[in-house]
Design a protein around this ligand. Sequence first.
Ligand SMILES: C[S@@+](CC[C@H](N)C(=O)[O-])C[C@H]1O[C@@H](n2cnc3c(N)ncnc32)[C@H](O)[C@@H]1O
Length: 285
Amino acid sequence: MSDMQPTSNAQQIAYWNEEGGERWVAIQARTDAAFAEVTQAALHSAAPQPGETVLDIGCGCGGTVLDLARSVAPAGNVVGLDVSRPMLALAEDRARGVGIANAEFILADASTYPFETRFDLAFSRFGVMFFDEPFGAFANIKRALRPGGRLAFLAWRPLKENPWFTVPLGVALQHVPPPAPADPRAPGPFAFADPQYVRDILERAGFSAIEIERRDPAMKLAAPGDLAGAASLATNLGVVSRLLTGQDTAMWSAVENGIREALKPYDGPAGVSLGGSVWFVTARA
Ligand SMILES: C[S@@+](CC[C@H](N)C(=O)[O-])C[C@H]1O[C@@H](n2cnc3c(N)ncnc32)[C@H](O)[C@@H]1O
């Protein structure tokens, strides 16, 4: 892994290197499983080809880097870039563990990293909503793409349209006060909920052929009957984990137990499954 570049996203970098990153490392297998349906559809549409050079922005624990590396092999390669040292360390271990030789990892801020113009595709699974200067960040990402290169990323649609977030959040809010109202476009999972804002960012960065497509995947939080696993995932990821940051372990357990109860109605033959809603965004450099 190469070294961190100077950055202006200090709070996000701290979060993803401390409790946020540690929790994502702990639940990586569950997260990859829950995101499988939406990920496979996004990768299919992004269509990485053998021989291509691909950038995975905010690649986290590396699940999509592994998929992309297999798609572009043997001649192509993938760069997974992220600000989180613990998540990137796991990504590197996983790539090594499965013998993937055409992936490398860079610890850096995508909004400021001095990219060479060499990528055919810049992909991201929920890793591009955390920039404090998204207009500049996407202009920087565009510099990484060859002329005509593709951008393809997933971002969450509004919180209220994602029951897999709102059901656990409803439980957490019985235990802790709601967060102070914040700018809906502030860095975070829902910063790109407004598609016109996403379009403005990409247009201003110089992208063309911008398409923003709604997709409503089933979010399978765990296998049938595994309510404990589903509750663990729902507590340690996204809005609930951010709300509980700073609370003691007793509070975390109380919320997790409550979420386990609340998820019972969603446990069926397909697993513990709730609705999700995302934007699949594509554009050309
Ligand atoms: C919601 S996680 C998604 C991780 C991964 N793509 C996945 O789907 O498992 C968001 C990721 O974006 C990374 N991230 C946040 N700000 C970033 C930045 N400025 N540059 C690069 N990565 C960033 C975080 O460290 C984290 O790994």
